[in-house]
Design a protein around this ligand. Structure first.
Ligand SMILES: [Zn+2]
Length: 386
């Protein structure tokens, strides 16, 4: 029986019977890839691994990754998938949703089939929990970096074509499109998380989407109607509605630090940190692709389309946790927003927490909050040294 005992200077646990808290010191015992025991203080017997600084956190869960390390997930070949899955642990991410942005429905369905066929052959590394489709059911007015030519209504036929592989776990859509509320119901019944995004909807329309089953808002404040005091939009509803979890790109460029603080104050316990990483993430400045079209990553800040539109980010999820702490969010809350909250949202309570019975997906974050060592199912998949 494969067993592993890790002792840590500090450890973030999410017990089933209470809130997430920090144990200093703490320990975790892993048996056969699953967390068997979590304790405060020092265990009996010598540990296999001792983490003298920083904090042991659950492995990070990223619901929005367009690409990384030079590869755009929507058209990455086998080598690309291998690279991303085996290198994402460097950023502390132990499970993720590859994200395909707007394309014709037929093209997306093909990309889903290709991904489905590749998945069984992937090496040890970050788990692929399914695919996030961001588009094509989005608002032209709030298209951001998406290609307006491919935006369309979510007809029952289009939704059925995308559900065929069973791989879709999350769909971002604009609830003001024709047929959108019916699509939200169909997707929700199929076990797919629906997120409101790239939308010009009124707060009222977003509430109707939540009534129909939507539970998330994609990258709050970016590419959506906002918080106008007489015309509340998507962002206002996301902040106030306890049914909705706002996704937040916390690179301090997409949303200013003060407004990110507002998001945590208004929606504490619901915020989901995402990277929205593009293929340029983890790469030097230069020209890359997002959704098959060029983007440029400058020396500083996120990648851009030729017209200056933000096109994803270069953010790492461990860095987002560091940024959250920097704007005053407590460490346990910041980690929750990148682990337990997203795992629960997509119906995976076996992930995103250090608790008995959960998968032993773990990351040692250094005092700078960057990943130093990462485990998936108790297996060491990244060792950055200290
Ligand atoms: Zn987007």
């Amino acid at each position: 029986m494969a067993s592993l005992l890790i002792t840590a200077n500090s450890l973030i646990t999410s017990p089933a019977d209470g809130p997430t808290r920090v144990l200093s010191p703490g320990y975790v015992r892993v048996e056969d890839g699953v967390i068997a025991e979590v304790g405060e203080g020092r265990p009996a017997g010598p540990p296999d691994v001792d983490l003298p600084t920083g904090v042991l956190a659950p492995g990070l869960v990223d619901l929005q990754v367009n690409g990384f390390f030079g590869y755009d997930m929507v058209d990455a070949d086998e080598a690309g998938w291998h690279t991303v899955v085996s290198r994402l642990p460097e950023t502390g991410v132990t499970s993720f949703l590859p994200t395909f942005i707007t394309a014709p429905v037929r093209t997306q369905a093909e990309a889903l089939r290709r991904a489905r066929d590749l998945l069984p052959g992937l090496p040890a590394g970050t788990r692929v929990l399914g695919v996030h489709l961001e588009g094509p059911f989005l608002s032209e007015k709030r298209k951001g970096a998406h290609n307006a030519a491919h935006l369309t209504d979510p007809t029952p036929e289009a939704v059925a074509a995308l559900l065929e592989t069973g791989l879709v776990k999350l769909v971002t859509l604009a609830p003001e499109r024709n047929g959108a509320l019916d699509a939200v119901r169909t997707l929700t019944e199929a076990g797919v998380l629906v997120s409101v995004g790239h939308s010009d909807a009124s707060a009222e329309r977003v509430a109707a989407a939540a009534d129909a089953g939507a539970r998330m808002v994609t990258h709050i404040f970016n590419a959506q109607s906002g918080v106008h005091h007489r015309e509340p939009g998507v962002a206002a509803q996301a902040l106030v509605d306890p049914r909705l979890s706002p996704g937040l790109i916390l690179d301090l460029h997409h949303v200013a630090p003060l407004v990110a603080e507002l998001v945590f104050r208004a929606a504490g316990g619901r915020v989901v940190l995402v990277t929205d990483a593009a293929s340029s993430a983890g790469m030097p400045p230069g020209t890359y692709e997002l959704g098959g079209e060029p983007i440029t990553m400058p020396e500083q800040g996120p990648p851009l389309r030729a017209d200056g539109t933000l096109a994803g980010s270069g953010l790492r999820l461990d860095e987002a946790i560091g940024n959250a702490v920097r704007i005053g969010v407590g460490l346990a809350d910041a980690v929750d927003a990148a682990t337990r909250v997203p795992a629960d949202l997509i119906g995976r309570p076996d992930l995103g927490r250090i608790a008995p019975g959960a998968a032993a997906d773990l990351v040692w974050l250094g005092p700078d909050h960057r990943a130093r060592t990462t485990w998936v199912g108790g297996q060491n998949v990244f060792e950055g040294g200290s």
